[in-house]
Design a protein around this ligand. Sequence first.
Ligand code: MN
Length: 254
Amino acid sequence: MHILVTNDDGVTAPGLLALAQEMRQLGKVTVFAPDRNWSASGHVKTLDRPLRVRETTLADGAAAFTSDGAPSDCVALALLGYIEKVDLVVSGINPYSNIGHDVTYSGTVTAAMEAVIADVAGIAFSLASQDKTSSSTTDFGPAAQVARAVVEKAIHNGLKKDVLLNVNIPYLKTEEIKGYHITRQGLRVYRDALDRRVDPHGRPYYWIGGEMPTGVDEPGTDFGALRAGYVSVTPLQLDLTHYKMVDELKKWNW
Ligand code: MN
């Protein structure tokens, strides 16, 4: 079992290290992650500039590859042949949850999507830590153990190649996590606010600011599971077709 470990927070992120260390218990691990933070970068394919790959070491001394590309570029580079054949791609552990509409923004999730595009199973892991200011003190230990348990189940049961798993883990102690809920995507509630400021030359500039997003607390959803203290496991596919609308559109006068 050859597991590719990546993330969107950059190769030095503590969540990546915690995930890589747990994955080493399950097989051969190659770490290939971006050289900077690509959070909320979406699904990227870099075609307008060359990509550089560099060897580096993680904080525990293990070898890793890093590149100036996006998370999905790192996965593409690895799966197109930079490293030997990969059986599974795992991404994370992101310090914040990726639920509902977040999956379209998330570099953590789109790295796993890139795996699916290359016909390799992908699993994304995110920790629902809302502690926005001090992710350096976030404890990824319990989440990394959950990640290992999820990957063990995926290896044991086999994961279809057209599916990725989006796993969100509540920020609780191991003994406080109630179990697993298989969920659907819920609804994110964004609280973005436009912050208009003025530069020293009198020209306006803008920040997309506001408060951390929340969500609609519904049973059966990713957000609902996290709220109730469960690990949320959502199977995702890249087919975004709205099937009901297909039939309705056919009734229009084309
Ligand atoms: Mn991130």
